[in-house]
Unconditional design. Sequence first.
Length: 164
Amino acid sequence: MVALSGCAHRWERPVGADGTYCYVLSKARNGVCTVQSVPSIEADQRAKLFHPDDQAFTLYVVRHRWADASKRVPVTIDAGSELITVPESMIRVRLSPGSHRVSMAWEGQQKVETVEGRAGEVRFIQLAISAWSWGSSGEWDVSNEQDARARALKSRLVADVDTR
């Protein structure tokens, strides 16, 4: 029997000895890694159930686009600590109900989106990062939460934060 290693998803790759997760586009070993340790695969699987928290507004920040740049992109919620994303990754944040500012640093600019949620609500926001030989762009996309949920299922949980 022959094993087909090409069938595995990138997020199924084990985390490094230092606890970081690396997105690798090809076998060329020119990947990009998180700077923080990532949650366990079990935590990743639990997060993908998208269960609401009766006491919190749960926000998923999803980064999974086919033309994504192989760069780290820091995300902050309400000017808190930077959470580093890599391609095909996601962050789950439990927030107090209300309005929150989500920002990312892209090509020297801050891109900010305001999201609102109630206790028990689950919402999604996507980093729409594109890189081409003639340029790149980075924006927030809140247009299609069903699409974001589907992309989250194919992404690796790289941060799980409770800011309440």
